[in-house]
Design a protein around this ligand. Structure first.
Ligand SMILES: [Zn+2]
Length: 204
C-alpha cells in the first residue's frame, strides 16, 4: 500500500470580526473557509449522516481573551470529531494549544497536515510523534467512518472524471469497443460506490 496525503487543501479562516449573537451564526462562513469539510478528519459534508457542527478549538471553559463567538476559534466539524474532542484541552490555557506531547494543533495550521497520512484505502495513521499519537486518539481517527467517507468521496470524483471523459469521446458506445478495460473499471467503481454508500448508516 502506498501513502496518500491526509487532505488536499488546508482550510483557512478569513479574518471575520463582525459580532454575532450566537456562534452558530458563523456557520455559513465556516462552511466556505473549511471547503465543506471537517477540520479534523477532512470528511466532506456531502456524505454526512448527521448535520455538521461548530467546535470551539479552545473549549469555552478555557477562554480568557477570546469569546464564545470569536470566529478565529471555531472549527467546522463532523459530529464524530466534535464529540470525540469535547472539552479535551490538556494545557488548560487559551494561549497554549499543546505542549508537544498533548493538546491540539489548529486544523487551519498547515502543520496539522504533517501529523497524519492515509493509506490508499483512506485509513488514517498518525506520524508516530507523541503529539500525533495523542491527537489521533483524542479525535478517534481510527474509526472506520473516516476510511469509508474518504473512499466515497474519492469514488465520487473518479466517477465524475470518467463521466466527463465519456461525454468528451461521444458516449459509452464508442468507448466499449475501443477500451473494454475502462468499462470494467467503471463497473467496479460503481459497485464500490454502492457498497460504501449503503454502509454509511453504520458510521454515524
Ligand atoms: Zn471529522
Amino acid at each position: 500500500m502506498s501513502n496518500v496525503p491526509f487532505r488536499k487543501k488546508t482550510p483557512s479562516r478569513r479574518n471575520i470580526t463582525r459580532s454575532v449573537t450566537k456562534y452558530q451564526d458563523h456557520k455559513p462562513d465556516l462552511e466556505v473557509d473549511f471547503y465543506h469539510r471537517c477540520g479534523y478528519c477532512d470528511a466532506s459534508d456531502q456524505w454526512r449522516t448527521t448535520w455538521y457542527e461548530l467546535d470551539h478549538f479552545v473549549p469555552k471553559g478555557y477562554l480568557s481573551t477570546l469569546s464564545e463567538t470569536s470566529y478565529c476559534n471555531l472549527v467546522y466539524s463532523c459530529r464524530s470529531c466534535n464529540n470525540a474532542k469535547r472539552h479535551k484541552w490538556p494545557t488548560q490555557c487559551e494561549h497554549l494549544h499543546h505542549n508537544d506531547k498533548e493538546g491540539f494543533i489548529d486544523p487551519c495550521d498547515a502543520q496539522y497536515d504533517k501529523y497524519f497520512y492515509r493509506d490508499d484505502t483512506g485509513y488514517i495513521y498518525h506520524n508516530g510523534t507523541d503529539l500525533g499519537k495523542w491527537m489521533y486518539s483524542a479525535l478517534q481517527l481510527h474509526k472506520p467512518r473516516h476510511k469509508v467517507l474518504w473512499a466515497i468521496d474519492t469514488l465520487y470524483h473518479e466517477i465524475n472524471d470518467i463521466n466527463k471523459m465519456i461525454h468528451a469521446i461521444g458516449g459509452l458506445r464508442q468507448i466499449i469497443s475501443a477500451n473494454p478495460d475502462l468499462v470494467v473499471k467503471i463497473d467496479a467503481l460503481k459497485n464500490n460506490y454502492i457498497e460504501y454508500t449503503a454502509s454509511l448508516a453504520a458510521y454515524k
